[in-house]
Design a protein around this ligand. Structure first.
Ligand code: C2O
Ligand code: CU
Length: 703
């Protein structure tokens, strides 16, 4: 729906420009008519074009209104602020003055019989009051074309003033030019240049324009090159309208203030407990290995402990965990990030922010207390777009610290990922199962499926054959989950859903929906045989209206200390010298995206608006976000806590989080290819800095 509306609007914008440009050309030719007869024909052509152009204006207003009412202000702002203030007045003058004048004109012209056109008449036909409004409307619709790709982002006033300046200057030039022409016609001194001169002039103009354009392109290519080393802190700060922050810990070029470094806290000091005997120890060894999916397809995998996905880390709540990362042979180094765990910043495992990438032969130890019950995962946060794709990730489960229930649960993490096989195909799988698999479960067994989406793309899962519940989202229990049946749920890239059911007598099927419908999944049955069933009609699970309302530490009515805003767009541009379609936050890509600044204890609200055509699973490290509203409507079910929120095209989300975990935290799209192209920024606490650097000249490339 959003894509369709946006597509139509884009086409309309082109049509609008073509019609106004043609009308401007046609009106400009009136004064040059050779005879009265030709003039009469030209007037008719003008009128037809002007009526069509006016119709296009009406349609455009209607479209923008549609976008506004269906998706909200941010989907209309570009039209309302960047186009209408210029287009509508021009189009109105054309409608009330010029069109009627053109209608009256033929009588006057005919009354003169077939005498040649006089200088005075030509002068009137080229009067600025006739010609310039049409040209101005053309100029305005040219702005419209540029904003198809370069949509207006905050600050809106800045964009408006820029357009206003351009429009005023452009219209003034057109007025002066037309006044000169009209005078020349009056005085009969207008020289109509020959074809040759006109062609030459055209070529010269094109030449100048292309020189200008190519130097602009060259400049933006050069400008997009990332420095060889930089602090992972944006150049600009966004304080979200809250109390001014004194010690942001870095100056405008991103380097720390040397004078303040002493008074700042380094992220390396924000660690888990250094002393104490760990309750649980793990070693994760990163190494390359050729592995095979169940179908036999080979994967040149980068693995933890020789497995894809990496080993399941199962921990009990409250345990002190010590995990040693060893890098055997990943040349560019690795790290481990604990996705969804709000542990101390120093253990967050982001190369260039909280540590240096661990090189071959090196090791690194993480220690933290596992407080949060639920389903999580871990993955490398060095070259994450590449390393996660190749397999450096695994499931992490924290069980409640309660005595084991008397009935044995079937409790399995199911990790979705698309593997890049040796045949250069992307093969979707659950674990290594790239086909339907069977599992024997005796009736009456309680089952918990921990769906983990370790892929860049959001994934639909369907569960059919029994009543079931979504027990948790991103590790957070749902309050009083209700029964679902034959439903599908969307798990964001990086997100998790826990599904529970009691095994019935008949088979139950979990299906990862996609191009290969029913091909990847799990069939649970008494004997483990695979009887593939059609998934049939599915209802859509809606996390915004599921389970029971419950009290939360803050809500929509809370007083927010800071409010952040992010609108996501897609536009052509350069990133690090490469041409690409960029995924932008408020029109910018990292490191031009601002640092979101907070003080410890702040209650912060963030609004996400997706004007692009792809999902953006927004992941904030170190904090859980509470979803307040989706598309302007409050969440009506169980509190919806998330760390990875899928923002689909056309959607708007308002979320809030408490700044209660000091550090420098990444906040990025978990489509890691988007993050690599700059769709990332950081949440930074006052008084904290990171001594690490990123860039070619450092060991660190977090994305
Ligand atoms: Cu799972 Cu910054 O990522
Ligand atoms: Cu994205």
């Amino acid at each position: 729906m959003f894509e369709a509306l946006f597509g139509i609007d884009t086409i309309l914008t082109m049509v609008l420009f073509i019609l106004w440009a043609s009308a401007a050309f046609a009106t400009g030719r009136l004064a040059r008519s050779k005879s009265r007869k030709q003039l009469l024909i030209r007037i008719v052509v003008c009128l037809v074009l002007l009526y069509a152009a006016e119709l296009a204006v009406f349609s455009k207003v209607y479209m923008i209104w549609q976008l506004w009412s269906s998706f909200g202000w941010w989907f209309a702002v570009t039209g309302v602020v960047g186009l209408f203030p210029f287009l509508l007045p021009s189009a109105a003058i054309v409608a009330v003055r010029i069109i009627p004048w053109l209608h009256r004109l033929p009588h006057k012209i005919k009354s003169e019989g077939d005498q040649p056109l006089q200088a005075k008449e030509r002068g009137k036909l080229s009067a600025p009051s006739l010609i310039v409004p049409v040209q101005a409307a053309t100029l305005a619709s040219l702005f419209g074309i540029s904003t198809v790709f370069y949509q207006i982002t905050p600050p809106v006033w800045g964009a408006f003033l820029t357009f206003l300046g351009l429009f005023a200057a452009g219209t003034l030039c057109l007025l002066m030019r037309q006044a000169r022409r009209s005078d020349a016609f009056f005085e009969g001194t207008m020289v109509v240049s020959g074809v040759k001169t006109r062609v030459l002039r055209g070529v010269a103009v094109l030449f100048v324009i292309s020189i200008g354009l190519s130097s602009a392109v060259y400049w933006s290519m050069q400008d997009s090159r990332l420095p060889d080393r930089m602090w992972m802190m944006g150049e600009a700060n966004d304080e979200g309208g809250g109390t001014p922050i004194s010690h942001s810990g870095h100056q405008h070029d991103g380097t720390p203030h040397s004078s303040t470094v002493q008074s700042l806290i380094s992220v390396t000091e924000l660690t888990g407990p250094r002393g104490g005997v760990p309750d649980r120890r793990f070693t994760l060894t990163a190494r390359k290995e050729t592995l095979y999916l169940d179908s036999g397809a080979g994967v040149e995998a980068w693995t933890f402990n020789g497995k894809i996905p990496g080993p399941e880390l199962r921990i009990r709540q409250g345990e002190l965990v010590e995990i040693t990362l060893v890098n055997e042979d990943i040349e560019d180094g690795v790290t481990v990030h604990w996705h969804g765990l709000n542990i101390p910043n120093g253990e967050d495992g982001v190369a260039g922010v909280t540590q240096n990438a661990v090189k071959p032969g090196e090791s690194y130890t993480y220690r933290f207390v596992a407080d949060q019950v639920g389903t999580y995962w871990y993955h490398s946060h060095q070259q994450s777009s590449k390393q996660v794709r190749k397999g450096l990730f695994g499931p992490l489960v924290i069980e409640p610290n309660k005595p084991k229930p008397s009935v044995e649960w079937l409790d399995i993490p199911i990790v979705f990922h698309q593997w890049d096989t040796t045949e250069n195909k992307m093969v979707p799988s659950l674990g290594t199962a790239d086909r339907l698999q069977g599992k024997a479960v005796s009736p009456g067994t309680p089952v918990r499926l921990r769906l983990i989406n370790a892929d860049n793309w959001s994934k639909w899962f369907a569960l059919t054959g029994t009543r079931f519940q979504v027990a948790a989202i991103d590790g957070n229990d749902i309050v009083q989950p209700t029964d679902l049946r034959n439903a599908k749920m969307l798990v964001a890239g990086g997100g998790r859903h826990d599904i529970t059911f009691i095994m019935p007598e008949t088979p139950v099927q979990l299906t990862a929906l996609g191009d290969t419908v029913g091909e990847i999944g799990m069939v649970f049955s008494q004997d483990g045989s695979i009887q593939k069933a059609d998934v049939g009609e599915l209802s859509v699970f809606d996390p915004a209206a599921y389970g029971a309302l419950a009290s939360t530490p803050f809500n929509i009515d809370s007083q927010f200390d800071r409010e952040f805003f992010m609108v996501f767009d897609n536009r052509p541009g350069f990133y690090d010298g490469q041409f690409d379609m960029l995924w932008t936050i408020n029109g910018k890509v990292f490191p031009d995206t601002p640092m979101l600044m907070v003080q410890e204890g702040d209650l912060a609200k963030t609004t996400f608006v997706n004007r692009s055509f792809m999902d953006h699973p927004m992941h904030l490290h170190g904090h859980h976000m509470l979803v307040l509203r989706r598309n302007g409507r409050a969440v009506t079910g169980s509190p919806w806590w998330t760390d990875t929120l899928n923002v689909a095209p056309g959607e708007t989300y308002e979320v809030a989080f408490r700044a209660d975990n000091p550090g420098i935290w990444m906040d990025h799209c978990h489509n890691l290819d988007h993050a690599k192209l700059g769709m990332t920024l950081h949440l930074a606490y006052e008084g904290i800095y990171s001594p690490f650097e990123v860039g070619r000249a450092t060991p660190n490339q977090p994305e």
